[in-house]
Design a protein around this ligand. Structure first.
Ligand SMILES: NC(=O)c1ccc[n+]([C@@H]2O[C@H](COP(=O)([O-])OP(=O)(O)OC[C@H]3O[C@@H](n4cnc5c(N)ncnc54)[C@H](O)[C@@H]3O)[C@@H](O)[C@H]2O)c1
Length: 307
């Protein structure tokens, strides 16, 4: 980890003034987004709103087109609330190109991978991306927990691979964690920080440890809420109400788990348990059973609650 560990965005903005030519986020004009799930569509919207072209790639044409539909629905709500003009909505949508062809990412200056939280799937994609995307482009992952160095090392450009971790829902959440694997060049991290800030986010730099900052602190809490419910201490509604009202959290742990997706939650906990062997990270039994049953939360219409 470089000497910038813990650098916050304000410090970085100051220190980058003399080196603006090297670390100019304007150099990132075309961004590829891989994946059409919860995060893929949020990322497409965030990046298009920053005025850049976005190429969204899904395994199917329908999946990629569904991203544009989701972004359009979201932007329409903003227009209805008079937070966005209709012509601004149209300009943002015009920046998004859906595709099922990985080859279309060749000209991207930055690609953000946001597919399922599975290391082998991500490593396979990074191997392919490395062959396709132009030399000098940054390849980033939106992983919630997986070691970024594992993705960097299947490419021939490990110095250009980092994590750019957005939060859900990406258009609303201010934070981005920029993950600095030991293989990444400082310039890559600086460019990623400036890119995140140009998307109107607050960026923090963090070392490549499972869970980074937020999930390492958040997931033991979410997991323990499920274990508390399993022990019969209180109902789901009572635990959610207690944490909302008692800690002033915007939502309780079960509402948040359903928003995140229970499959993603189990994958995050498994990755942290694998790294730290701390029992607080071992997924609660009910989480695994619900994933097996396909009750993944909001995205499948059923999780701890029905949607
Ligand atoms: N859900 C969250 O709250 C959240 C927040 C931040 C980061 N993330 C991270 O973002 C990434 C995506 O999560 P999500 O919540 O959007 O998941 P999701 O389940 O909504 O979408 C997953 C996407 O991956 C694609 N996919 C599945 N298997 C694939 C394969 N073999 N090859 C290529 N694509 C495949 C799916 O078609 C889908 O587009 C994960 O790495 C996750 O950890 C999630």
């Amino acid at each position: 980890m470089g000497s910038n560990t813990g650098t916050d965005s304000a410090e970085l903005a100051d220190s980058s003034e003399d080196t603006a030519a090297d670390f100019n986020s304007d150099a990132i004009e075309i961004v590829g987004v891989l994946g059409s799930g919860i995060m893929g569509s949020g990322l497409a919207e965030v990046v298009a709103r920053s005025g850049r072209r976005v190429i969204v790639r899904s395994r199917t044409r329908e999946g990629a087109e569904a991203v544009v539909t989701k972004v359009e629905r979201n932007l329409n709500r903003q227009v209805e609330k008079e937070k966005l003009e209709a012509d601004e909505r149209d300009a943002i949508l015009a920046l998004i190109t859906p595709t099922d062809d990985l080859g279309q990412l060749a000209e991207c200056d930055l690609v953000i991978e946001s597919v399922v939280e599975d290391l082998e799937v991500k490593r396979d994609l990074f191997r392919e991306l490395d062959q396709i995307v132009k030399p000098g482009a940054i390849l980033a992952t939106n992983t919630s927990t997986l070691p970024v160095v594992e993705m960097a090392m299947v490419t021939e450009r490990p110095e250009l691979v980092c994590g750019i971790h957005f939060f859900n829902p990406a258009p609303m959440m201010k934070l981005v964690e920029v993950i600095h694997p030991i293989t990444a060049a400082d310039d890559t991290i600086k460019t990623a920080m400036l890119f995140a800030e140009s998307c109107d986010k607050d960026a923090v730099e963090v070392a490549d440890r499972a869970g980074f900052i937020v999930n390492a602190l958040l997931f033991p809490y979410l997991n323990n809420a499920v274990k508390m419910w399993e022990h019969g201490t209180a109902s789901i509604d009572a635990i959610d109400a207690a944490m909302q009202g008692g800690c002033n959290f915007p939502m309780g742990p079960f509402a948040l788990l359903d928003l995140v997706g229970l499959d993603t939650a189990v994958a995050i906990l498994d990755a942290m348990y694998e790294e730290f062997r701390d029992p607080n990270y071992a997924p609660a039994t009910s989480l695994r059973r619900m994933v097996t049953a396909g009750h993944l939360g909001r995205k499948t219409g059923r999780g701890f609650r029905w949607y």
